[in-house]
Design a protein around this ligand. Structure first.
Ligand SMILES: C[S@@+](CC[C@H](N)C(=O)[O-])C[C@H]1O[C@@H](n2cnc3c(N)ncnc32)[C@H](O)[C@@H]1O
Length: 209
């Protein structure tokens, strides 16, 4: 079923893409402990829509997060996934985002949750990242952005888990697909689907396009 917010996400992503060529860079910002802030290389490829907390909890449960894992959230928004991973599982986590407002929100979230010793927030373009340190990767982007990330995701260590809120990854067969509702959902009234892959994933030969 077509995702209810997909047209909005796609429209805004297109506008950002068109605006990208004339975009001015944000001023260099100050660095503080546990944070990396710098002028963004680009505008976001997709707008910020938070994953409801119930879905965050289920994503991390499906990823079977355990001691020693390193969780990366690619496009971390307000940092809720990395903060939850640290609070609930005591693991290290890194959140990446290009949007300075999101970086500020994430840093505030990390601080108020007292997980500065476990969580790092970085202002970086996810398509330039070396993901080899991660053992769990969480995504809430767009289907075509998941596909664009595949060359990087392929380099994850065998056994690493990838979980994606609502969007699949064409050409990669998910190991598990879970549908749920989030009654306390403040951002998205529809149902939610979580896709899970384990590296190396099985090729999806049944893909129709
Ligand atoms: C739909 S939100 C998901 C936020 C969070 N992961 C969650 O599930 O609550 C997507 C996020 O990706 C960020 N983003 C978009 N393109 C990006 C890029 N190329 N590099 C880093 N972050 C990006 C946006 O700024 C936004 O915060």
């Amino acid at each position: 079923m077509r995702h209810p917010i997909l047209p909005i996400l796609t429209l805004v992503a297109s506008c950002h893409f068109l605006a990208g060529s004339t975009a001015t860079t944000l001023a260099q910002t100050t660095k503080a402990a546990g944070e990396t802030q710098k002028a963004p290389a680009k505008r976001p490829d997709v707008i910020f829509v938070p994953t409801p907390q119930k879905v965050v909890d289920k994503m991390l449960e499906m990823a079977e997060v355990k001691k020693g894992d390193i969780v990366y959230d690619l496009g971390c928004g307000d940092g809720r996934i990395v903060v939850t991973a640290a609070k609930k599982y005591g693991v290290k986590a890194i959140g990446f985002d290009v949007d300075l407002e999101r970086i500020k929100e994430s840093l505030a979230n990390v601080k108020s949750s007292k997980v500065e010793h476990l969580v790092t927030i970085k202002q970086e373009d996810i398509f330039t990242l070396d993901l080899s340190e991660a053992s769990v990767v969480t995504l809430y982007l767009l289907p075509e952005l998941n596909v664009k990330l595949m060359p990087q995701l392929r380099k994850l260590k065998p056994g690493s888990r990838i979980v994606s809120h609502d969007f699949d990854m064409r050409g990669a067969k998910p190991l598990q697909v879970h549908s749920m509702s989030a009654s306390d959902d403040e951002s998205n009234e529809g149902g939610h689907t979580i896709y899970k892959w384990v590296v190396p994933w099985e090729k999806d030969d049944g893909a129709k396009n």
